[in-house]
Write a protein that binds this ligand. Structure first.
Ligand SMILES: Nc1nc2c(ncn2[C@@H]2O[C@H](COP(=O)(O)OP(=O)(O)OP(=O)(O)O)[C@@H](O)[C@H]2O)c(=O)[nH]1
Ligand SMILES: [Mg+2]
Length: 284
């Protein structure tokens, strides 16, 4: 496993930084059995320590756009095989992905991340599902056009918002980000893709993660099914935080060891082991 560069993708506020904070706590505290542990620490770990300290005390980690993007690098050891490797990834502000979609612009360093990457972690927050209407539902709402042509009486709503790229739905954004990887200037080759369905704790009756994706993000699911040869995909349901900090009541959280707040579901992962998708990407 040597050096493993993982690229983290995810729209704004999709749970990227919270995942890293919880991951760093898990790795450093050694409170529970996980697949990867810290072997050696190199470079400035202040960023990781800061976000993990917030995570432990139920404070939001803050928007990455406020503090700036950070390159994170952790030297790890696989507890099953004893192999060592360097796990490195950039924690980018979600706005970078908005620019990719809305302005079709990326930074040179974003592009370089995909030259030597060993896999992609894609974050999707389960409480941010597009509220889309089918054509039938839309017709019911606005009145279907009259047979044989446009309805002459239909008046245009003066407050109607003109369409712009800002209105692109989340599903379409995610599919565009993945589609971009299948063409130049990106290095085009098959990749492993771990889909992290974050804030899994907000679901009352969570289904299997892949089923959630198929029902709630059918476009993304269909895209991944059709592009199996380019994206070898695993879907995980993850609660890095354990609860919603705005609506949840921290005082009602059972007094668990911090690591036990974490839940990881799917592909045979151990229940608190956030490293499961990373181990899978690293051994690809
Ligand atoms: N309920 C719940 N909320 C979560 C979880 N993880 C993150 N959140 C919330 O989701 C929001 C965004 O989390 P971040 O980790 O900052 O997301 P991000 O993708 O780094 O966001 P940007 O840096 O702005 O791109 C915050 O309000 C978090 O509190 C989780 O496991 N459960
Ligand atoms: Mg962030």
């Amino acid at each position: 496993m040597a050096n493993t560069r993982t690229v983290i993708l995810g729209l704004p506020e999709s749970g990227k930084t919270t995942f890293l904070a919880a991951l760093w706590h898990l790795m450093e505290s050694e409170e529970t059995d996980i697949g990867l542990v810290v072997d050696r620490v190199e470079g400035d770990q202040k960023y990781l320590n800061d976000i993990a300290a917030k995570w432990r005390t139920y404070q939001p980690v803050g928007r990455t756009s406020q503090v700036g993007d950070t390159d994170v690098s952790i030297l790890v050891r696989n507890t099953a095989t004893n192999e060592t490797g360097e796990l490195s990834f950039p924690d980018l502000a979600g706005e970078a992905f908005d620019r990719q979609i809305e302005d079709r612009r990326i930074t040179p360093s974003y592009l370089t991340n995909f030259d030597g990457d060993d896999g992609v972690l894609l974050f999707i927050k389960v409480d941010r599902v597009d509220e889309e209407m089918s054509i039938a539902e839309m017709n019911e709402l606005v009145g279907a056009p009259a047979e044989g042509g446009a309805d002459k009486d239909a008046s245009v709503d003066p407050d109607e918002v003109e369409w712009g790229p800002k209105l692109i739905l989340n599903q379409a954004r995610i599919v565009q980000i993945l589609t971009d990887l299948l063409d130049r200037p990106f290095a085009v080759r098959p990749r492993r893709l771990a889909v992290i369905l974050s804030a899994w704790d907000v679901l009352l009756n969570p289904p299997a993660p892949e089923d959630w994706l198929a029902s709630n993000m059918p476009l993304v699911h269909q895209f991944l099914t059709c592009n199996r040869s380019m994206f070898e995909t695993q879907v995980y349901g993850v609660s890095a935080q354990g609860l919603d900090l705005e609506k949840g009541d921290v005082s009602k959280m059972p007094h668990l060891t911090a690591s036990k707040r974490i839940t990881m579901v799917g592909n045979g992962a151990r229940i608190h082991d956030l490293t499961a998708p990373l181990t899978w990407l690293m051994t690809g």
